[in-house]
Design a protein around this ligand. Structure first.
Ligand code: NOJ
Length: 769
């Protein structure tokens, strides 16, 4: 096709611009933006209302250009200009074919945008986001996003439904696996680097547009039940939950995806306050907003009206693009004729979608991302796979290591036991939609490859994933199925016990199937499934040393395991090369350094549990147990099983007291908190040093601790390093009752340590001037 001709067609004249459109034209702030404005204005001047509405329609490709879940006639719709973008269509060939229809057959030849859930890697899969957060390594996380974008764009895509930045404090919610955990500071840092990693400067053909999601507060779904209602104070919203979204927007995220949930009585998709007042007016967001899957038509079930009514509500609220519902396509024109939406509403949304395409360079070259050569050479490269292995090994959290059970020797008899010990497909984790599950090595394969031939490694399944076959089926879908052994449970366990008795050490590969967390995977019992626990008990009774290799997409309740199993390595779901990475850590080639980005509760009744809670008027004394009329439980202490920031190493670290450069902080200056960290063990290791503060007196109540900084340092045995953090007035700011972002003069505590529960403290005063 002659694309230059198509482009010139698009660029001719502005004569048809409507008055409403002229009103929506924004002033240009720089030359690039001025050029974009002019280009988009000229194009929109030629568009019919139908074509404008078409730009707001996002359909799923279902890996075909003909036929999809909702839209039955994708090809002819593209030709009619009724589709603005497609998601879940991959490969340069297929995407080129679809794009060709748009830029040769549609009247104005407007290219489409192609999106997908590129979340923790692409074909080279990286650890799940919760695991990546456990690395506390921003550079590493940014590099995973860069590789993901490189691979995804090599496969034709240009729009990633990532980063997911929902704060999560309720481990029942399965989507905690996709998050960076409970903390707004860590979450905001990660949001920022994810956007940078995906988007770069958005110029090259290996960068893609980020879509920060799910805006907003999705992670606070009541009862941890997916898609459920959120009801939240402005204090919590502004000081905690909204912060990572804002960080992603500030980092330049080009688009945002609306969350499914109801927020204080108005579902996000129809929430004008959220999408227009907060996102656009308060934060100055200039990108476009897409609904989540059928989010627009789901407003009908929320009880806001019929398809026409809810589509108008969503558009007017600020949802620019309608994913899958086709409510916009079917009803907006009628709504316009009936005065339920204005042409300005449609123009605004259309302009934003076209601008995104402009920023991606699609008007210059609609096939910019369709390189078969790149698809052949840039996906799942040895370098990417090696990086995936290295990255995974940085995310594992050593929760317990009694008697130096770990690291293991690459020798002797090792029994790998458990339903997760010999399944490769389960390793990449929930959003590894493009991972090559069939070639992903299992833990058993990884251990054999890394141990070499001095070790004799055997495998026995020992138990099913869950006793209930239906639960197992639901927890291992999408090609991650794990075979079942239908013999009586005792027989299956007996086989494993026999294998354990012959071994020097047992590696128990237990936990969740990868689809037991993620979307639509909430659980009320967040323990290791009972049948696996019975297996574990039997293994422990053999008296052999047992290492629990814990697979999970959420904090699990592992009190009993923590009290009874000598060593626990939490490995989450570690991506394409997780098997080798786990072996690297188990055999001590890599010293574990991950730290929990989320609190592990003792039991599910403590949920939601998080370190930065408020003090209450009746706090329980530190390390206290039940005390009548204090804020506590009769049956369990307030302490978590493992606190936020926790993680062991094969070596040990000691911390000096915290030294402050001054006892007072003046606005406009900084003070420095310094500790000396020493490697007191015999192995080189990495330690993430964490800085927290507490505002002792505020105009509103303030959390007992807030993370304000962290630094990961590497130390040789015996080596000491000084680790310093600058603290400025900016770091002490919060949204007060009037939603003003202020730092209030007064006394602050500062804490430094290896995790949120084990810190050294000091004190300073913020002066008023
Ligand atoms: C629904 C999910 O909530 C969202 O995270 C995802 O991006 C879309 N589906 C598209 O797959």
């Amino acid at each position: 096709m002659n694309f230059k001709k198509a482009l010139s067609l698009i660029c001719i004249g502005t004569a048809g611009a409507t008055l409403a459109f002229a009103q929506t034209k924004r002033p240009a702030v720089n030359t690039d933006e001025a050029k974009m404005n002019a280009f988009v204005s000229q194009l929109m001047a030629k568009m019919t209302v139908d074509e404008k509405i078409g730009q707001l329609n996002l359909v799923t490709g279902g890996e075909a250009t003909t036929g999809s879940v909702v839209s039955t006639d994708v090809e002819s719709k593209i030709a009619k200009g009724q589709i603005g973008g497609i998601f879940s269509l991959t490969t340069p060939q297929r995407i080129r074919k679809a794009q060709e229809i748009a830029v040769t057959k549609s009247r104005l030849k407007i290219p489409m945008i192609f999106g997908q859930d590129v979340i923790h890697g692409y074909k080279t899969s990286f650890p799940i986001p919760l695991a990546l957060a456990a690395s506390w390594d921003l550079d590493l996380i940014q590099r995973t996003a860069r590789v993901a974008a490189t691979e995804a764009t090599a496969d034709g895509l240009n729009w990633a439904y990532s980063p997911m930045v929902d704060i999560v404090r309720d481990a029942r919610w399965g989507r905690v696996a996709e998050s960076s955990g409970e903390d707004e500071y860590l979450g905001s840092q990660i949001a920022r680097v994810m956007v940078k990693g995906l988007q770069g400067d958005l110029k090259g053909n290996n960068t893609m547009m980020a879509c920060v999601k799910h805006f907003a507060l999705y992670g606070a779904a009541e009862s941890g039940r997916d898609y459920n209602t959120t009801d939240m104070s402005l204090d919590r919203m502004y000081n905690v939950y909204l912060k990572p979204y804002k960080a992603a927007i500030d980092a330049g995220a080009g688009s945002a995806m609306v969350s499914f949930n109801d927020i204080n009585g108005t579902p996000a998709t129809a929430n004008k306050w959220l999408l227009t007042d907060v996102l656009r007016k308060q934060w100055g967001f200039k990108g476009f907003v897409v609904s989540d899957y059928t989010g627009v038509s789901e407003l009908i079930e929320h009880g806001l009206g019929d398809l026409q009514q809810v589509s108008a509500l969503a558009l007017k609220a600020g949802t620019d693009m309608d994913m899958v519902s086709e409510g916009y396509l079917k009803t907006l024109k009628t709504s316009l004729q009936q005065g339920k939406v204005t042409i300005a509403d449609i123009n605004n949304a259309c302009r934003l979608v076209l601008e995104a395409k402009y920023k991606l360079g699609l008007f210059q070259d609609p096939y910019k991302y369709c390189s078969e050569e790149r698809a052949k050479t840039e996906i799942m490269t040895p370098a990417n796979m090696k990086f995936s292995r290295d990255a995974a090994s940085q995310t594992f959290v050593l929760l317990k290591n009694a008697n130096k059970t770990l690291p293991l020797k690459k020798a002797g008899n090792i029994a790998v036991i458990g339903p997760l010990g010999n399944t490769g497909a389960n390793m990449p984790g929930t959003w590894a939609v493009n991972a090559d599950l069939a070639t992903t090595p299992s833990l058993l394969e990884g251990l054999k490859a890394v141990a070499g031939n001095k070790a004799n490694i055997t495998y026995s399944m020992g138990s099913n994933l869950t006793a209930d076959a239906t639960l197992q089926k639901n927890g291992t879908m999408f090609g991650r199925e794990i075979p079942r052994d239908d013999r009586p449970e005792a027989e299956v366990i007996e086989d494993a016990v026999k294998a354990a008795k012959k071994a020097d050490v047992v590696i128990a590969a237990l936990g969740e199937g990868s689809e037991m967390s993620g979307e639509s995977s909430s659980r009320t019992d967040i323990g290791i499934p009972d049948v696996q626990k019975r297996l574990l008990e039997a293994l422990l009774k053999t008296g052999k040393p047992v290492v629990l290799v814990l697979f999970t997409g959420r904090p699990l309740t592992i009190k009993w395991e923590s009290e009874n199993v000598p060593a626990i390595l939490n490995v989450w779901f570690g991506g394409s090369q997780a098997a080798y990475a786990i072996a690297d850590v188990l055999f001590g080639d890599v010293n574990p350094s991950g730290k929990l980005p989320i609190t592990f509760p003792q039991n599910v009744g403590q949920v939601p549990i998080y370190y930065s809670h408020k003090n209450t008027g009746r706090p329980l004394a530190k390390n206290g147990w039940f005390t009548k009329f204090r804020s506590d439980y009769l049956d369990v202490s307030n302490d978590p099983q493992y606190p936020f920031g926790f993680g062991l190493s094969y070596t040990t670290f000691s911390y000096s007291d915290v030294k402050l450069s001054s006892a007072t902080l003046r606005p406009g200056s900084t003070i420095t908190a310094t500790v000396t960290v020493t490697n007191t063990g015999s192995m080189e290791g990495k330690e993430t040093v964490q800085l927290y503060t507490r505002d002792l007196v505020g105009s509103t109540t303030r959390p007992v601790m807030e993370l304000k900084g962290f630094k990961k340092v590497s130390l040789k045995p015996g080596e000491s390093k000084q680790v310093s953090f600058n603290i400025s007035e900016e770091d002490l700011k919060f949204y007060n009752a009037q939603l003003k972002y202020v730092a209030e003069p007064g006394d602050f505590k500062v804490f430094v340590g290896p995790n949120s529960a084990d810190v050294k403290e000091s004190k300073f005063t913020l002066l008023s001037k």
